[in-house]
Design a binder for this molecule. Structure first.
Ligand SMILES: Cc1ncc(COP(=O)(O)O)c(C=O)c1O
Length: 429
């Protein structure tokens, strides 16, 4: 079920910055791949926790009790969102980059230097350098990159199957490329990794805002995502199977807990970060049934509401993707504009879909020049960079222009992007 215009207006009211920038200029925010806008529910929950529950955990007075409760409720909400076993599987960190470095250290214990690690050719560096570092220290033999087809943007599954063998210790892949929008066939890839005896880890930072994430269905050993790409603030979360939470040995100081997620968390937690992600989850759960006044109960009920909401988001984003790729009325879509090169899938994969992330170049314009024109003249906020990715280099480019839509974007905004690019392409003829 997609969103009707009335619901979309309500959704946009939940994001105070959806209509205009801080100076009051009306614009379309399409730089969501770099960080989404923040929901009112998340910001308000964070502010309340910041003021009310500012004490450290573990004591008897209300500020301390409230802080502990806020952290637990945040973990519960994330566990429900990921359809994980429970709050004991949810670890927080400063960023996904730091969580992946932490995990790479923990997994490196026991390596002999003969093992390999497999990632894809379209990873963010946050999912490359933690593993490359192990190679640099001689702890693994090789870091392998599964190829993707530069024409279609799809991962070459045959290459992936060949790379994963009995020496593979870890496979770590993006749920979706933050440049191309390509999604991975996670469940299938996980089975291949597990059959070879490797751990399977997922970087869901880019994808989390675009569809349901189900760690059990994937079967993964770990999965990371960041609050600032999911309608909340900075700070990130990692799912680890209950077994791995206990079995692995992360960096820790002596007095910190020896069990549970706290064992993995370095230093003192910021309870407001947990309140903020809980607020974002409350918002997402609301989307499953906006006319209901009763929020779902934590646990299974909330988990299925969150899943339903993410399915709705995915269905709506599919409509936006069709407009952007195929066009609307007389406006040509990105796949048809003659002087535009679209990188990544020009269709929606039938099995796993596609994230509404579009990287492109327009002949006759530098990427920064184009993004500035799109902003100055058309009020369209897009990115122009390398996105911490090896993807541009694989097309012999340093940067690309990128527009990423999320569910608060409108069909009018998708058309506005096309109108601008159709016009600019026409001008350069
Ligand atoms: C796919 C992907 N992975 C990892 C990261 C890094 O996340 P963080 O900023 O939380 O370290 C990003 C950020 O752009 C990303 O898009």
């Amino acid at each position: 079920m997609s969103f009707d215009p009335k619901l979309l207006r309500r959704i946009r009211r939940e994001f105070p910055m959806a209509e205009h920038d801080p100076s009051g200029r009306k614009r379309a925010f399409l730089d969501n791949g770099a960080g989404t806008l923040v929901t009112r529910k998340s910001a308000e929950a964070e502010a309340k926790a910041r003021l009310d529950w500012s004490a450290n955990v573990g004591n008897y007075f209300p500020e301390s009790q409230g802080a502990g409760q806020t952290i637990l409720e945040g973990r519960r909400a994330v566990a429900d969102f990921l359809r994980a076993e429970g709050p004991e599987t949810i670890i927080s960190g400063e960023s996904c980059t730091s969580l992946l470095f932490e995990l790479s250290y923990a997994l490196s214990r026991g390596l002999t230097g003969k093992e390999s690690i497999v990632v894809t050719g379209f990873e963010h560096y946050a999912n490359i350098n933690p593993w490359a570092e192990l190679g640099g220290m001689g702890m693994i033999e090789q870091l392998k990159f599964a190829r993707f087809d530069v024409n279609s943007g799809y991962l070459d599954m045959e290459d992936y199957k060949q790379l994963v063998d009995k020496n593979t210790k870890v496979v770590s892949v993006a749920a979706a490329s933050n440049v191309l929008g390509t999604r991975c066939h996670l469940t299938e890839m996980c089975k291949i990794a597990h059959d070879a005896g490797a751990y399977f880890l997922v970087d869901a930072v880019h994808h989390a805002a675009h569809g349901p994430t189900d760690v059990k269905k994937i079967g993964c050993d770990a999965l990371v995502f960041s609050g600032y790409k999911l309608f909340s603030r900075h700070g990130s979360f990692m799912y680890l199977t209950p077994e791995l939470v206990e079995k692995l040995h992360p960096y820790k100081v002596d007095s910190s807990p020896k069990h549970g997620p706290e064992k993995w968390e370095m230093g003192t937690r910021d309870q407001a970060m947990f309140a903020a992600i809980r607020g974002a989850m409350d918002y997402i759960a609301w989307l499953s049934n906006p006319s209901s006044r009763t929020p779902p109960k934590p646990g299974q009920q909330r988990s299925s509401k969150l899943k339903q909401a993410m399915e709705r988001i995915e269905a709506y984003e599919k409509d936006l993707t069709r407009i952007v790729l195929d066009g609307y009325g007389r406006l040509m879509g990105l796949r048809y504009i003659p002087s535009l090169t679209l990188f990544g899938p020009n269709e929606i994969d039938k099995k796993v879909g596609r994230d509404p992330t579009f990287a492109f170049k327009l002949a006759g314009y530098g990427d920064h020049e184009l993004s500035k024109i799109l902003w100055d003249k058309y009020g369209l906020a897009v990115g122009a960079e390398d996105y911490y990715s090896r993807v541009p280099a694989q097309y012999n480019a340093k940067t690309m222009v990128r527009a990423t839509f999320v569910h608060y974007n409108t069909k009018d905004e998708a058309q506005a992007l096309l109108r601008a690019l159709n016009e600019l392409s026409e001008k350069k003829k």
